[in-house]
Write a protein that binds this ligand. Sequence first.
Ligand SMILES: Nc1ncnc2c1ncn2[C@@H]1O[C@H](COP(=O)(O)OP(=O)(O)OP(=O)(O)O)[C@@H](O)[C@H]1O
Ligand SMILES: [Mg+2]
Length: 253
Amino acid sequence: MLRVEDLSISFGGLAALSGFSVEVAAREIVALIGPNGAGKSTVFNIVTGLERPASGRVTFLGRDLLAMGPHAIARCGIARTFQNTEVFRQLTVLDNVLIGCHAHLRAGALRGALGLPAVLREEGAARATARALLARLGLEGQAGVEARSLPLGLQKRLELARALAAEPRLLLLDEPAGGLNPTETQALMGLIVRLRDERGLTILLVEHDMELVMGVSDRVAVLNYGRKIAEGQPRAIAVEPAVVEAYLGREDD
Ligand SMILES: Nc1ncnc2c1ncn2[C@@H]1O[C@H](COP(=O)(O)OP(=O)(O)OP(=O)(O)O)[C@@H](O)[C@H]1O
Ligand SMILES: [Mg+2]
């Protein structure tokens, strides 16, 4: 479904990615792990059109994503959450999710401004979808409150609800468990697996919480200083010497 090939990008002389490749098949859950600064979020930024690589190729269902901007990429069916949770703080929880719905509604903004019937029908459908998503994520009681008043764990769930509202086929999650307590992380693990099993979503996630990575991933790719140093099944990756060394330093150090 997603094919990332031979990506390289530098920021002011620092090679953030060097020849990085990864593939994600439909309905797969793939984790991208690695130490801080390894280049994980940069991969997401390139796939979603926020950064352009110096070289490499990115295709989604055969379409060249590097030829598209962020909005066109979103319309192809790719949604993401951010490492530093990004919700519209002054908007209500419900409006945050409606914005996600509007990312893929057919009726245009002009028709919306004119209040034409097709738009009103879509608007009603969007509200129903948004409310269903909030219920699904346990946020139905907060629909009317400002997003900024939610604790971090719920803001992260709201951001996920907004991403899902766009009805993506591929979901990119950047540290979804960051800042969550163990109970919240357990609930998130269940949710990630259900999104794949019940909605058929394909998921690429970046995460430092190894319990989550080991618990949900079909496959793990490991980045270190912008290069892929290992890839495979979670259990094999956990004992791979190059991975242990990248995380802990050399044994003889
Ligand atoms: N827009 C940018 N401008 C300058 N440097 C950047 C930019 N984006 C990323 N970098 C640098 O590129 C490297 C990789 O960053 P990236 O955010 O991809 O790492 P990461 O693996 O997501 O790390 P973390 O686990 O800390 O989130 C880092 O050294 C970072 O400082
Ligand atoms: Mg990051």
